[in-house]
Design a protein around this ligand. Structure first.
Ligand code: R5P
Length: 268
């Protein structure tokens, strides 16, 4: 990985933490992946400077994230241990803000996640958060999902049915009710293979992952719903309309914070 990419991950992570992890934050969701490591580095600095809420509790999204929290000496809590608060919009949240990485983010801040296989718990934590803030380097910033991330949509599936699910996914048509959902005629689903273990990747939850290639994704919420309907699909690595901000580190050293394009229009 080039120094430029690492530097851009770091600057996006530091800026997002500085903006969102104020002393008023009591419960913080911690995402997974290599960019989140920098976010936890910054949290540790803030902790050492007494700039965090002394009662701060961090909610992990994977085994990796749980370890990062423990190594930083921060307090961890599982989602189920937290009280559920009814918010003004009729939602149910337990977490003030979650900071997480992404594999690709489009102009509406729909994201592909799960490159590291953590998207099930990441989505559970994001869903219980008042605010989801994404952090990434410039390679993940795109207009349409699929333009940049070519490894496919991560889909966590039950090992009991992975072959049936693969076949069903590969028979999905690209058109639905007259509109095109994705670029390729039919998806191609690959069982993710482990690198230093023989056989498939087994997630933190004991499941398999199919990486489903469809080309560009024109309607992320529809594709997310379509895949999710297949029995045995546990979670789809498309996060539609969940993030409210995305921070990108650029290759020139600058940082950009984006909000969904439709939000910009509403504010104009
Ligand atoms: O499963 C992994 C997560 O969704 C990560 O947040 C995502 O893959 C981005 O990871 P990284 O920051 O390493 O690019």
């Amino acid at each position: 990985m080039s120094d430029l990419v690492e530097q851009s991950k770091r600057s996006a992570a530091f800026a997002a933490v500085d903006k969102h992890v104020l002393p008023s934050v009591r419960v913080l969701g911690i995402g997974s992946g290599s960019t989140v490591v920098y976010a936890v580095d910054r949290l540790l600095e803030l902790k050492n400077n007494n700039q965090l809420n002394p009662k701060l509790v961090c909610v992990p999204t994977s085994f990796q994230s749980k370890q990062l929290i423990a190594d930083a000496g921060l307090q961890a809590a599982d989602l189920d241990d937290l009280p559920i608060l009814d918010d003004a919009q009729g939602g149910f949240t337990s977490i003030d803000v979650t900071i997480d990485g992404a594999d690709e983010v489009d102009s509406e801040l729909n994201a592909i996640k799960g490159g590291g296989g953590a998207h099930l718990r990441e989505k559970l934590v994001a869903n219980a958060s008042n605010k989801l803030v994404l952090i990434a380097d410039y390679r993940k910033d795109s207009q349409v999902l699929g333009e940049k991330w070519s490894k496919g949509i991560p889909v966590e599936v039950s090992p009991l049915a992975w072959r049936t699910i693969t076949r069903q996914l590969e028979h999905m048509p690209c058109m639905q009710k007259g509109s095109r959902l994705f670029e390729d005629e039919h998806p191609v689903a690959n069982l993710r293979q482990a690198v230093r273990k023989a056989g498939p990747v087994v997630t933190d939850n004991g499941n398999f992952i199919l990486d489903v290639c469809v080309g560009n994704i024109y309607d992320p919420p529809a594709v997310e719903r379509l895949f999710k309907m297949i029995p045995g699909v546990i979670e789809v690595g498309i996060f539609s309309n969940m993030a409210s901000e995305a921070w990108f580190g650029n290759s020139d050293g600058s940082i950009v914070c984006r909000i969904p394009k439709s939000e910009i229009k509403k504010r104009e």
